[in-house]
Design a protein around this ligand. Structure first.
Ligand code: SAM
Length: 332
């Protein structure tokens, strides 16, 4: 894990995604910024600063990456006690406030993380096979070298939607028997050896495998499911939940969560005596919001992003149901 650094000179600045549509949606809800907001994904601070600049009374900005916190310390003093920085996982975001006015999650990896060789997130860069967003836990190298072949195939299939999961898992096990896989280049070469070369316009063959191991290392889908339940507990009635996701696995979890929180009944029409469930969230943008052509042209990384935004009701929170959200349990 790289040491905490106040700046990341080699990294591209992170361009906040779908921030315009989020702020536009909040502008239509008088009083939305009065109270405490929790930004569960501080990153380079784009969302946190926009909320504070638009008048949010207080923002608790959380990130599991110590580098994100270190960078924020350079500009945080200009917001005085309106900003609180916390190093934590967003799965436990409700430990830091009560009755929050809003929760925002811009999930996934930041440009700074992707662009730093030594973080090991990118097959396009030479670095140690790390991929940890936080400072602890097993690295990608630990998983790649120690998981069973079946576990590797499950990770590749469920977290990378990789159809060649079994072939790649077998190739990893063969390669690591000769020498440990410790670098991004080694893993990319093993994957490249299993798949045809990308045609123009297609993603690099290692894209899905790197996504899969990154999700496994950081338990990203489990964290997202826990964060949604935590947001439900921490938001005040009328409080806003906004989630920006970057691929279908994440978006499906948010979509199912909101659909479950809006469903008025459980069971089916042959079970009429089931009591109606109170609505816990109102979806404010059915189907979600995608970036427009101008945003995609200015920031190609925004291409697959989707913003879902909902308002909390005064119904009691329901117990979390990770299975209902379709989060695969692949602990290794
Ligand atoms: C896409 S970036 C957020 C960018 C930010 N919205 C901005 O405008 O600069 C995602 C950030 O969330 C952090 N993150 C991802 N999963 C997390 C988790 N479970 N708990 C806390 N932080 C997390 C990452 O470390 C990264 O800094």
């Amino acid at each position: 894990m790289a040491a905490t650094a106040p700046q990341t000179p080699d990294a591209s600045p992170h361009i906040p995604v779908l921030l315009g549509p989020l702020m536009a949606a909040l502008a239509t809800r008088p009083g939305a910024l009065g109270g405490t907001w929790i930004d569960g994904t501080l990153g380079a601070g784009g969302y946190t600063r926009a909320l504070l600049d638009a008048g949010a009374a207080h923002v608790i900005a959380i990130d599991r990456d110590p580098q994100a916190l270190a960078m924020a310390r350079a500009w945080a003093p200009s917001y005085g006690d309106r900003l609180t920085l916390v190093q934590d996982r967003f799965g436990t975001l409700d430990a830091h406030a009560t009755g929050a006015a809003g929760v925002v999650l811009d999930v996934g990896v930041s440009s700074m993380q992707l662009d730093q060789d030594e973080r090991g997130f990118s097959f396009q860069r030479h670095g140690p096979l790390d991929m940890r967003m936080g400072a602890d836990g097993p690295s990608a190298a630990d998983i790649v070298n120690h998981a069973t072949e079946a576990q590797l195939a499950d990770i590749l299939y469920h977290y990378g939607e990789e159809r060649a999961a079994r072939r790649i898992a077998r190739a990893i096990v063969t390669a690591r028997a000769i020498s440990e896989i410790t670098t991004t280049r080694q893993l990319a070469e093993v994957v490249e050896g299993c798949l045809p070369r990308a045609k123009p316009g297609q993603a690099h063959p290692a894209t899905r495998s790197f996504q899969a191991f990154r999700i496994a290392v950081n338990d990203e889908l489990g964290e997202l499911a826990r964060a949604l339940a935590a947001a439900e507990r921490v938001l005040r009635p009328g409080g806003v939940l906004a989630v920006v996701s970057f691929h279908s696995l994440e978006d499906r979890i948010v979509k199912r969560f909101l659909a479950g929180a809006e469903a008025r009944t459980r069971g089916n029409r042959y079970a009429p005596d089931i009591a109606p469930e109170p609505v816990r969230f109102h979806d404010l943008a059915r189907g979600g919001i995608a970036p427009d052509a101008a945003e995609v042209a200015a920031n190609p990384r925004s291409r697959s992003a989707r913003l879902r935004i909902a308002a909390r009701t005064d119904a009691a929170p329901a117990p979390p149901l990770p299975d209902a959200l379709g989060v695969p349990d692949l602990s290794v």
